[in-house]
Design a protein around this ligand. Sequence first.
Ligand code: NAD
Length: 253
Amino acid sequence: MSMIFSGRVVVVTGAAAGIGRATALAFAAQGLKVVVADMNVAHGEETVEHIKALGGTAVFVSCNVALESDVKRLMEQTLSTYGRLDYAFNNAGIEMEHGRLADGTEDEFDAIMGVNVKGVWLCMKYQLPLMLSQGGGAIVNTASVAGLGAAPKMSIYCASKHAVIGLTKSAAIEYAKKKIRVNAVCPGVIDTDMFRRAYEADPKKAEFAARIHPVGRVGTVEEVASAVLYLCSDGAAFTTGHALTIDGGALAI
Ligand code: NAD
């Protein structure tokens, strides 16, 4: 598989923790210059320190992906710092309180859609023109297995991740002839702070989370990161508009 990344530039959102941090580290290990974007300044700067300690190159940009002005500034800073943008991993996302559809609130709906859907849309809106002007690029958006099927008691989150796949597929077709590939990753339950917040209070729920994956465990952040790197690599040159599950077989049942 061709993984020639050296000297290229990637933006990773939600890179202060979990899947985003692991993917930022994995890109840096392949020689990319990494723009670490997140709302959490302290942990975002920590990701940059980790990368530098391993001999990599990275810069932190504080960014709330739900705000157009922040996303525009993120891409401007990427250009002014590293001069180009080759890849983007639009990964920042938030979960929801578990509850039935009728128990959700308007504020919760707006918050989840604002980050998970508008955030991904805004990122692509400002990344695509940069990639177009350079003659190509690759984008990976974080959806979820909840973007491909039902997620009882997480209906708003589920709808937001379906929307991420809709944005991904539409952008992939619109820019296919411009050498810009757009794909999504659809993780099952992955061991991150988000997972721990949702399941660790109740050990029975954590056991259930492991059991829904036929491999018998939850996934690791590194397992998602390697899928993202593959989708960005030239080895995936014929793959666009795809929603790749990283779910230990959960959706194969
Ligand atoms: P996490 O909570 O560990 O990390 C998410 C990061 O995103 C945090 O650093 C947070 O500060 C940042 N963030 C949140 N809102 C933001 C905003 N508005 N602007 C910028 N940054 C923001 O979560 P994670 O588990 O690593 O999740 C990453 C992505 O993967 C999310 O989109 C999530 O929906 C998705 N996902 C997670 C799982 C899982 O089981 N962990 C499964 C499927 C999909």
